[in-house]
Design a protein. Structure first.
Length: 441
């Protein structure tokens, strides 16, 4: 099929988060995948430097996960999750809570990161109300945070491009400042030394709104989608302490950082900071079937359950596809793969090599900062004067032409490969970037 044939046939599809007209002029289609590679529509092997969208942690089309989905589709296609259930939803929940940090011993299922975020925000509000503290209705997010695209997610999110088209969102939301300061943090390896005090902005918001009106704070432990902003040393600990002081719930959005991306099961483990709730998605099924979840601690679950008489529905919330049989089968197989292949440990062991590789780009043309943590990397590129994002878009398309998939976030190239990546593949990603940066104006 030539490019012209494709563009003639692709008008009907309104592509998400895509420059539709630009894309349709020169489409990039992926038609199959295996392990670390995609195959493009023009028959090229594309090395996946981004695990799809930070999600294919076990590598593409893992035979064990594929087989589990195939078998499940033939055995039980669907079971309603309201007032009914199927066995794998319990099995998966039990497995997940044994992996979760601290007392996060209950799991609520949804289908996407956005839905998990909405679910967690709703649980926070319902929890305070059940405690008799119904005045706690404010939600606090953070600038440059990404929590998906539902109204809840964009309200607490901090990306203006995702907010400005959609009116007033909802009332009672405020934001912490983001944690990135290039002056003190540029070229940090792992967590920057400077910036823990940025968490004190929460005290200012408490001073402004009063703690008695604030239900929860939601942050990504490592902000991913706005270009990999790594929390300064001590920042998350300080946020935790301020939340504790004022009875505010702390939600970690681990949609990207969950399931091995940091070399630990969750970023909460990596940083040693315990959230009251945790949202996960993506890596839970290695992206094979859409699934997400919210982990909650016993105090939240027990409070909500006990607030309603037996026979009453304790949380008026759920999705037709919560704990879908195909998703639970995929997740169970994915967790097996993570354990049997030691993929979280593999990510941990590879991360020093990864760090060296990313930072070897210091001095490369157009590079103004480099960041890394776990198997996450970011290359910040100096924008072309008067044309933000253009140069970085050309880096993205240039890498794709060279057979390497990277991700553009504004003027930052983000990297987050499947956890099965080999060292020569890390070298290839970095050398491709160096070559393309040299060529791009
Ligand atoms: C931290 C975070 N939260 C939520 C989401 C939204 O997930 P989804 O696109 O599955 O709705 C994302 C997606 O990248 C994310 O990175």
């Amino acid at each position: 099929m030539s490019n012209t044939d494709i563009s003639n046939n692709i008008d009907a599809f309104w592509m998400p988060f895509t420059a539709n007209r630009q894309f349709k002029n020169a489409p990039r289609l992926l038609v199959s995948a295996s392990g670390m590679h995609y195959t493009s529509h023009d028959g090229r092997q594309i090395l996946d430097g981004t695990a799809g969208l930070w999600c294919v942690n076990a590598g593409h089309c893992h035979p064990k996960i594929v087989e589990a989905i195939r078998a499940q589709a033939g055995e039980l296609d669907y079971a309603p999750p309201f007032q009914m259930a199927h066995p794998k939803s319990f099995e998966l929940s039990s497995r997940l809570v044994t992996m979760a940090p601290g007392d996060l011993n209950h799991v609520f299922f949804a289908n996407s990161g956005s839905e998990a975020v909405d679910t967690a925000l709703k649980i926070a509000l319902a929890y305070h109300r059940a405690r008799g503290d119904a005045g706690r209705v404010r939600l606090i997010g953070r600038e440059r945070g990404y929590h998906g695209v539902s109204f809840g997610g964009i309200a607490v999110g901090g990306m203006v491009a995702n907010r400005r088209q959609f009116g007033t969102l909802f009332a009672g939301v405020d934001h912490l400042p983001h944690t990135y300061d290039p002056k003190s943090q540029a070229y940090s390896r792992g967590q920057p030394d400077e910036g823990a005090e940025l968490a004190d902005a929460l005290e200012r918001l408490v001073g402004l709104h009063d703690a008695s009106t604030i239900a929860a704070v939601i942050v990504e432990p490592v902000a991913g989608s706005t270009g990999v902003l790594i929390p300064p040393k001590g920042y998350l600990e300080r946020l935790r302490a301020i939340c504790d002081k004022h009875g505010i719930l702390l939600i970690f959005d681990e949609v990207i950082t969950g399931f091995g991306r940091m070399g630990t099961a969750f970023a909460a483990d990596y940083f040693g900071v315990q959230p009251d709730m945790m949202t996960v998605a993506k890596g839970i099924t290695s992206a094979t079937v859409p699934m997400s979840a919210v982990f909650t601690g016993g105090k939240i679950y027990d409070t909500l359950i006990e607030a309603t008489p037996i026979g009453g529905i304790e949380l008026a919330h759920g999705y037709t596809y919560s704990a879908h049989p195909l998703a639970t089968a995929a997740a169970l197989a994915t967790l097996d793969v993570y354990r049997e292949e030691g993929l979280f440990e593999r990510a941990r062991d590879l991360s020093p090599y990864w760090e060296e590789a990313i930072h070897s780009l210091k001095g490369a043309r157009h590079v103004i900062d480099l960041r890394n943590i776990g198997l996450i990397g970011a290359i910040e590129i100096e924008p072309r004067p008067g044309a933000p994002m253009k140069r970085t878009y050309e880096v993205f398309t240039g890498c794709y032409a060279e057979g390497v998939l990277v991700r553009q976030a504004g003027d930052i190239v983000c990297l987050s490969p499947p956890l099965i990546i080999e060292k020569p593949q890390i070298d290839r990603i970095v050398e491709t970037l160096r070559k393309v940066l040299e060529k791009v104006d």
